[in-house]
Design a protein around this ligand. Structure first.
Ligand code: FAD
Length: 404
């Protein structure tokens, strides 16, 4: 039964469960998690589970490295496995411009203390025998990257949080927030009203709808994303490194002996956050033209993927901010209302770091970086919703664009 609690986290996806675990581990007591579904049933269930640390800034690289450190020790720390496979990853450059970007990324990785190396064609064939090395201009290897099972990770967080006293309330929809004298005072739900003093909005693509319940306009925009898993293909096995081919906007990994292949569409599709209410379902039909393009582009670099046939399509609406950054921390003017949102399609891999930021944002002295993630940056003037969507789509479309 939903209950009065000092702290209520709305959302039991990767982010909400990571926040629950981090708060409990930090000694917070009287915490509950409320979800209209159950643990990891929404966007998180659809994720490919890729965990990449090679990024375009030192801060983002360090954040991803912190996540990898947590995934590597989570089972020892909690007793629950996130099914983390440290296969390594390879980024493939098909153009000179991309090679130059990889050099910059390798320098950033070095500054952050992350090991990377450029592979010779022979080394590339050793690590990923299926690739046609003739088209490859450079291959950047990161040995500590990999992938995990998003459901396992989120279950690990939630079980560990439960062990530390957090209560979980699945199948409870939050229908309203009560704000009194500028402070959170309670929750309205379809299972009754309860008192709470602190609400963490970890509602993924529904985060803007929850913020609106507290009277805050925040441009957190759901943008469609999808990938397919093929029928089994000879030569593919779970130990192969993750492959990213940014010039083709593609990411690829083995799922058992099948191919998992997704990518960033050139013409993104978004939802107007104002049209999203509560925890309503947001169905996505597979876009077969887009998926066929992923498959044919992949076959141009990996011949064994020629003719792969999708056996399952995963899809959803990861939430993007117009500037492509997390929206984390207390909402100015509404005491006790804290954001943990806008994962920009890396909310599974980024969950650990994001949860640490949430904790830090509520502490006495958040770093300038964490302060820069504050929702305050969108609150100085009324939200231009059309522009917010255009910018969020642009962040998505340029996910693999060459960074300067
Ligand atoms: C196809 C696809 C592939 C992806 N691949 C990757 C990847 O490889 N790596 C990666 O890191 N990320 C990936 N992502 C992104 C990742 O899935 C998301 O960033 C992450 O799952 C977001 O987690 P979340 O907890 O914020 O949201 P969600 O998992 O959506 O959880 C939000 C929860 O809030 C609940 N909720 C909402 N409104 C209410 C309400 N009113 N009352 C009660 N509960 C409510 C919902 O029921 C839901 O369970 C991918 C996404 C997609 C769609």
């Amino acid at each position: 039964m939903i209950r009065d609690a000092a702290t209520t986290i709305i959302g039991a996806g990767a982010v909400g469960c990571a926040v629950a675990y981090h708060l409990a581990r930090d000694g917070w007591r009287d915490v509950q998690v409320v979800d209209a579904r159950d643990v990891a049933e929404a966007t998180t269930a659809q994720a490919a589970g890729l965990v990449g640390q090679v990024r375009s800034t030192v801060e983002r690289t360090r954040l991803a490295m912190a996540s990898v450190r947590l995934f590597s020790r989570l089972e020892a720390e909690t007793g629950y496995p996130p099914d983390w496979r440290q296969t390594g990853s390879i980024r493939i450059a098909l153009t000179d411009e991309r090679v130059a970007e990889f050099r910059r990324m390798a320098t950033i990785a070095e500054s952050a203390g992350l090991e990377t190396a450029f592979l010779t064609p022979e080394e590339l064939r050793d690590r990923f025998p299926l690739i046609d090395t003739g088209t490859v201009r450079a291959a950047l290897w990161c040995p500590t990257d990999g992938y995990l099972q998003p459901h396992s990770l989120t279950t690990a967080y939630s079980r560990a949080a439960r062990d530390l006293g957090v209560t979980f309330h699945p199948r409870v929809t939050v229908t309203g927030l009560s704000v009194r004298a500028g402070a959170i005072d309670g929750l309205r739900t379809d299972a009754g009203d309860v008192h709470t003093e602190l609400v963490v909005d970890a509602a993924g693509p529904w985060a803007a709808a929850i913020a609106a319940m507290a009277g805050a306009e925040l441009p957190i925009v759901p943008v469609r994303h999808e990938y397919f898993v093929s029928t089994p293909v000879a030569g593919w096995s779970a130990g192969l490194p993750v492959l990213r081919i940014p010039d083709l906007r593609l990411y690829v990994r083995a799922e058992g002996s099948a191919v998992l292949c997704g990518g960033w569409e050139a013409a993104a599709v978004s939802r107007d956050p104002r049209s999203i209410v509560r925890a309503d379902a947001m169905p996505v039909d597979p876009d077969w033209d887009v998926l066929a393009r992923f498959a044919s582009d992949l076959a141009s670099v990996v011949a064994s993927a020629d003719g792969v046939r999708p056996s399952a399509v995963f899809r959803g609406w990861p939430a993007f901010a117009p500037d492509g950054r997390f929206v984390v921390g207390p909402v100015p003017g509404i005491r006790g209302f804290v954001m943990a949102a806008a994962c920009n399609a890396h909310g599974v891999s980024g969950s650990a770091g994001l949860a640490e930021h949430v904790l830090e944002s509520m502490g006495p002295d958040p770093s300038p970086y964490v302060r820069s993630l504050s929702p305050a940056r969108f609150m100085a003037q009324p939200v231009d919703w059309e522009q917010a969507q255009t910018r969020a789509r642009s962040v998505y479309e340029n996910y693999y664009a060459v960074t300067p």
